[in-house]
Design a protein around this ligand. Structure first.
Ligand SMILES: Cc1cc2nc3c(=O)[nH]c(=O)nc-3n(C[C@H](O)[C@H](O)[C@H](O)COP(=O)(O)O)c2cc1C
Length: 438
């Protein structure tokens, strides 16, 4: 369990395990960063954190606005808004946000409000990104699973293979590529600063990267497996003005053995082999002109210890969560080192609680990445950024304790937030557990 009373004690545990997790001076997080002609006011980003609380037709609702009001007040320089479906059938739940012409005013109002709150409180407006998604095998637009997959994966499906008519066709993917371009155009109209062609956590765009055995335009070779991401980025760039950021939240290591994982050694096992991800990032950066990437690893459903290190997982812990933090850092550093001009955002810091700001600073000082992205911490302790940036320091009593209940709320079909620190979600959690089927 995370019971470190001092940074010294934590450092000793890290050293005893021969792990590499750097710590530094939080002042570095106050520095601005420039990307694609835009200035990010500091080095703290709020990662996409889905609340599953939009309206049935995909607009931000009361709890969505409450969450983004808090994120706006946090002082973070970059707010990467949560997964936003581009098609109804690709929604992960019936309340997932959905970008479409009818919803633009609602998104624009929310973004204006974020800028206004941050401007009033901190004197700057954060950069705001929209995460455009198709949930693929995790699609549940009516609240029951309605998977649309890139290929059958026996590791996930076990003895209940998904029917072959749920494997999306090449024609479907070509149309989805065009839709990603359209989503980028809509995001620009809705007042976002940029769009993320989501390619992480094994949603559809991410799953395609490991479609080694899929025939046709989107499977087999590296070129085919990366086609969806590359062509979606090109479609997005063609649909927006030159000042609008086109980016991706990209999985560079899935943590599943070949041929079911991207960024793993083809020799079997789970050892990362980042040669393909590094090649892909090179193409995105050098050929397609992508200057900002949000890098992550793992899958939140099957191997969450890889994706979001925690003391609690829905299975016996296979490793010390510090090993997961170090793996995440090491993978991200490989990309940042390969392309020093690229602005890389790191993930997976919340496990370190009150020491997370110092770790983020160490990662930046040591070239692991340029911007630190905080996920669960933003749910639990929305003023964390202000406390770090003001020099006050993080308050252990407000930090995320990585209990996993925010994810559990999602799995129970409820609205997600911090069950431990936010009364609204304590009540929702009680209700969801009470109503859960045995
Ligand atoms: C409740 C919940 C919702 C999330 N929603 C999204 C999402 O919409 N898009 C995304 O890319 N990642 C999402 N994530 C993953 C986080 O952005 C982040 O990568 C993860 O929590 C690890 O970072 P952390 O250690 O700072 O929490 C979500 C995670 C949780 C727990």
């Amino acid at each position: 369990m995370f019971q470190y009373k001092s940074l010294e004690e934590l450092k000793q545990k890290i050293a005893a395990q021969n792990l590499s997790i750097p710590f530094g001076n939080e002042a570095v997080l106050r520095e601005t960063a420039t990307v694609g002609g835009k200035t990010i006011p500091n080095r703290i980003a709020i990662q996409p954190m889905e609340g599953c609380d939009g309206t049935a037709d995909g607009k931000p609702d009361e709890l969505t606005l409450r969450r983004y009001d808090k994120f706006a007040a946090s002082g973070a320089g970059l707010i990467w808004e949560e997964a936003t479906a581009v098609w109804e059938e690709g929604r992960a739940n019936p309340r997932q946000l959905w970008i479409r012409e009818e919803n633009l005013d609602a998104f624009r109002a929310m973004n204006d409000r974020i800028r206004e709150i941050s401007m009033q409180k901190h004197g700057f407006a954060p950069i705001i990104i929209m995460q455009a998604t198709h949930s693929g095998r995790y699609s549940k637009p009516q609240g029951v699973p309605a998977p649309l997959i890139a290929y059958n994966n026996p590791l996930f499906e076990k003895d209940a293979p998904i029917a072959s008519d749920r494997i999306v066709t090449d024609d479907y993917l070509h149309r989805l590529t065009e839709r990603m371009g359209e989503a980028a155009r809509l995001a620009e109209k809705a007042g976002f600063d940029g769009v993320d062609i989501k390619s992480c956590h094994r949603y559809l765009g991410s799953e395609l990267l490991s479609a080694y055995q899929r025939p046709g335009d989107f499977g087999g070779s590296f070129e085919n497996r990366t086609r969806f991401l590359r062509e979606s980025i090109m479609a997005a760039k063609a649909s927006v003005g030159s000042g609008f950021l086109v980016t991706s939240r990209l999985n560079i290591y899935d943590g599943f053995p070949w041929p079911y994982g991207f960024g793993v050694s083809p020799d079997g096992g789970l050892t990362p082999d980042l040669s393909e991800p590094v090649k892909l990032v090179g193409i995105l950066h050098k050929q397609l002109g992508i200057d900002l990437l949000d890098i992550t690893i793992g899958n939140p459903y099957v191997n969450p210890h890889v994706n979001r290190p925690a003391d609690w997982q829905p299975y016996p812990l296979p490793e010390d969560p510090l090993t997961g933090v170090a793996r995440m850092l090491d993978c991200i550093r490989t990309v940042q080192t390969a392309y020093p001009d690229l602005t890389v955002i790191g993930s997976g810091v919340s496990y370190l609680r009150q020491f997370a700001g110092k770790m983020a600073a160490g990662a930046i000082e040591n070239g692991y990445y340029k911007i630190a992205g905080f996920g669960r911490m933003a749910f639990a302790y929305p003023t964390f950024a202000e406390d770090i940036l003001s020099g006050k320091g993080m308050d252990a009593g407000q930090c995320c304790i990585s209990c996993g209940k925010c994810s559990q709320l999602m799995r129970l079909g409820s609205k997600a937030g911090c069950v431990v620190r936010d009364r609204v979600y304590t009540d929702l959690y009680r209700e969801a557990v009470r109503n859960a089927k045995p």
